[in-house]
Design a protein around this ligand. Structure first.
Ligand code: NAP
Length: 293
């Protein structure tokens, strides 16, 4: 039997999107230009296709002007960089997101580096990565890790200071920025990765355990301290009972018997990522407007 509270990421995300929608409606009522987000996708990838559609649908719900740019699989790097340059120069576009992964003939980092720092709503540009680690308030910060912090706060309250956070995974898009964000919340942070010799032992010390490894149900109850808050970032598609289903990196049912609270997959971190994309677009818009004033 489960004992853990299930953290309802969809509900937390809906609240955030409602707040953004109210801010956008206010801009509209004042006759101001509305925030704009451009989402660029190259080629056809079924998972990316769903993400892109969800992102533009959520934008529309909040009143943000979402534009999709779908480019052919064979698009050259110079054509893609040309589009990024045009979007960088377009005053109606506050945020630019290039959906990853890109086809292998395109250099992802070169494309991400071309996005204007002030429009980099994914927070992957080296300048934003540096600003995050410096604690610069103008940083645009990766969306998924921001969602992890907010979900932990939804259980433990705003003040996370003194908590021990163990993050399993050290990717540039989740693990590393999550470590910076929890540090900024005055937590003690341990990062576990594939070369850690004692991952489960370290994870068992966590008050907050964040898992982002991309391995279906890898983290079982032996990784979890009784009473810990578990944030499962993983999204893995597996075959079960003859049909595909989504599972996280955490073995949900056995871990829910040990943890105090746990995010489900789907419905946990996923909706928060999109909500923070909209929040970052608002932040980019406000910084952009401030410069124009
Ligand atoms: P990634 O770039 O593949 O990184 C995986 C990390 O896990 C690496 O740092 C790797 O360590 C570590 N790792 C692999 N095996 C391990 C093991 N046995 N023990 C400890 N660490 C191990 O993955 P990612 O992009 O961070 O994504 C992780 C998961 O989150 C995926 O399922 C992805 O789909 C999901 N995701 C979800 C969202 C969302 O919106 N919910 C957003 C982004 C990602 P090394 O560095 O040593 O190789």
């Amino acid at each position: 039997m489960e004992t853990a509270a299930i953290i309802n990421g969809k509900q937390v995300a809906d609240t955030l999107v409602d707040t953004i929608a109210t801010r956008v409606a206010q801009l509209d009522a004042e006759g101001k230009r509305l925030p704009g987000l451009a989402v660029v996708m190259v080629g056809s990838n079924p998972a990316s296709d769903v993400y892109v559609r969800n992102k533009t649908r959520r934008c529309q719900q909040a009143g943000i002007v979402g534009q999709e740019f779908r480019l052919d699989e064979a698009t050259t790097e110079s054509d893609l960089l040309g589009l990024v340059d045009r979007l960088n120069a377009d005053p109606s576009v506050d945020g630019i997101l290039v959906q990853l992964p890109l086809p292998s003939h395109l250099n992802e980092q070169r494309v991400l580096n071309r996005i204007a720092v002030a429009k980099d709503v994914d927070g992957f540009h080296p300048n934003n990565v540096g600003k995050l680690s410096l604690g610069d308030a103008t940083a645009l910060v990766p969306c998924t890790p921001q969602g992890c912090v907010t979900l932990a706060q939804s259980v433990l309250g705003e003040d996370l200071s003194g908590k021990h956070v163990v993050i399993v995974g050290r990717s540039n898009i989740v693990g590393k920025p999550a470590a910076q964000l929890f540090l900024a919340q005055h937590c003690s942070v341990t990062v576990v990765h594939s070369r850690s010799s004692n991952g489960a032992e370290l994870a068992r010390q966590a008050d907050i355990l964040v898992v982002a490894v991309g391995r279906a149900e890898m983290v079982g109850p032996e990784w979890v301290k009784p009473g810990a808050v578990v944030i499962d970032v993983g999204i893995n598609r597996i075959e079960g009972d003859g049909k595909a289903k989504l599972v996280g990196d955490v073995a949900f049912a056995p871990v829910a018997k040990v943890a105090a609270a746990i995010t489900p997959v789907p419905g946990g971190v996923g909706p928060m990522t999109i909500a923070y994309l909209l929040e970052n677009t608002m932040k980019a818009y406000e910084m952009n407007q401030h410069q124009c004033d």
